[in-house]
Design a protein around this ligand. Structure first.
Ligand code: AMP
Ligand code: GLY
Length: 422
């Protein structure tokens, strides 16, 4: 079959690498892709948010399956665009409709969904601008640290956690005044959960689901989890404290009620659900949903998945995930992200990347890279994700750091403490 993969980051390079391994994949196209995805398929320079263009491409290239990496096209309705369209009845889209993508696209929607289905999560209230007074009263009733969330997508910057009430009040006003545009027309104020985070990914056909290996990512820019939040500076899988008993709690209390909730509410959902979880004294709580795979979690989750991923996608499209058995590599996988100096604030792009981009020790997944006149150049904040396997995460980390040391670009930066805290 001909597959179109949407996106351009490390997650998409990893998906392309995995999809290419499937004998079911005849041709793979990536829109827009990066220098890494080009090693596994053909990059096509279109804007994935221009659905007419995506539709035209699907017609011309006889695409049978679209796999959507990032959330934005889904939240904007890419899957809905093809619904009931002549000539696309058999097209499989891995990614939910707009309504399903609201699980990520609106914090208020997702919190209400969790509440309706009795899924353990932080207590909260949602407020709009006309309710500033009530919002401040509610904020005062919370304990520090205070958690404020823009309702809509805010490029990963919409969550503010503040120790000071006066700072939180100021931030609340700014948000309701349009700090994040439409995304902060509503603000969720929620209880702070103190615990340790991890992520679980399910692929659902709307009825059944399979669970991929769990992962933990490292979000802060600095060592010891300090400094600004980033898209993710590294990840590990498996996660030592997520044992069978914990996974069973996650399944019973969070995944099962989510999938049956989607079904009961007749929300059409064929795709990944990312459960952002936190263990509070050994009990799992759901912090957030995403309607996609995580990045850089994908860079450790997919290498540990032994199944043919296109077979999984086909089963998902056909509503037959119930017959799939997941096979996992028991080894540890880790990924270490190399970023441009200055990220997540301003940084330069266009520096040549030199060194061992191909090595037997590791998989070097490209995130922000592009090819230009035969050279590979930096083209984003997160540049490369170096994934390695080991009998232990320590052994895997040693390999990833050794590979990272053999790759150079101007102002490169990476965290040296991925996976050391647990
Ligand atoms: P979100 O976009 O909802 O995942 O929030 C981003 C990050 O903020 C999470 O990954 C957590 O590290 C942190 N966070 C969000 N909500 C809470 C909460 N209620 N308690 C503690 N930390 C939180
Ligand atoms: N690494 C977190 C995310 O993809 O949202």
């Amino acid at each position: 079959m001909n597959i179109l993969l949407i996106g351009s980051g490390g997650r998409e390079h990893t998906l392309a690498w995995k999809i290419e391994q499937s004998p079911l994949c005849k041709r793979l196209f990536i829109a827009p892709g990066n220098a890494g995805t080009a090693l596994h398929g053909e990059n096509i320079q279109i804007d994935p948010l221009d659905f007419e263009e995506v539709e035209y491409l699907c017609k011309v290239l006889k695409i049978n399956m679209i796999v959507v990496g990032p959330e934005q096209p889904l939240v904007m309705g890419l899957a809905d665009h093809f619904k009931g369209k002549r000539g696309f009845a058999d097209l499989i889209i891995i990614g939910p409709t707009k309504e399903g993508a609201m699980l990520e696209g609106s914090k208020d929607f997702s919190k209400k969904f969790m509440k309706r289905h009795k899924i353990p999560t932080a207590g909260y209230e949602t407020f709009k601008k006309s309710e500033l007074k009530e919002a401040k009263v509610f904020l005062k009733s919370m304990k520090e640290p205070y958690v404020l969330k823009a309702d809509g997508l805010a490029a990963g910057k919409g969550v503010i956690i503040s120790k000071s009430l006066s700072e939180a009040e100021k931030e609340l006003e700014l948000m309701l005044d349009g700090k994040f545009g439409q995304a902060s027309e509503k603000v969720v104020i929620e209880e702070f959960l103190d615990g340790i985070e991890f992520s679980v990914f399910a692929l659902t056909d709307g009825k059944d689901y399979i669970i991929l290996p769990e992962a933990k990512d490292y979000k802060r820019i600095g060592e010891g989890d300090s400094g600004l939040n980033t898209g993710g500076m590294g990840a590990i899988s498996p996660v030592p404290f997520v044992d069978e008993a914990m996974m069973q709690k996650v399944i019973d209390r969070i995944i099962d009620p989510t999938v049956s909730g989607l079904r009961k509410e007749k929300i059409d959902y064929k795709g990944f659900i990312f459960f952002g979880l936190i263990s509070v004294n050994g009990e799992p709580y759901l912090i957030e949903y995403n309607c996609r795979l995580g990045d850089p979690e994908t860079e450790v989750v997919l290498p540990r998945l032994k199944n043919d991923i296109v077979e999984l996608f086909q089963a998902c499209g056909a509503g037959k995930l119930d017959i799939i058995e997941i096979e996992k590599d028991p080894r540890s996988a880790v990924t270490v992200v190399m970023v441009s100096g200055g990220y997540p604030e301003s940084y330069e792009k266009g520096y040549p990347i030199e060194g061992e981009l191909k090595t037997k020790k590791s998989n070097v997944f490209h995130a922000g890279t592009k090819k230009s006149n035969g050279s590979i150049l930096t083209n984003g904040g997160r540049v490369l994700a170096i994934t390695s396997f080991g009998k232990s995460k320590e052994e895997a980390l040693k390999k990833s750091y050794a590979t990272a040391d053999k790759i150079e670009f101007k102002d490169k930066y990476l965290r040296r403490d991925i996976g050391f805290d647990i």
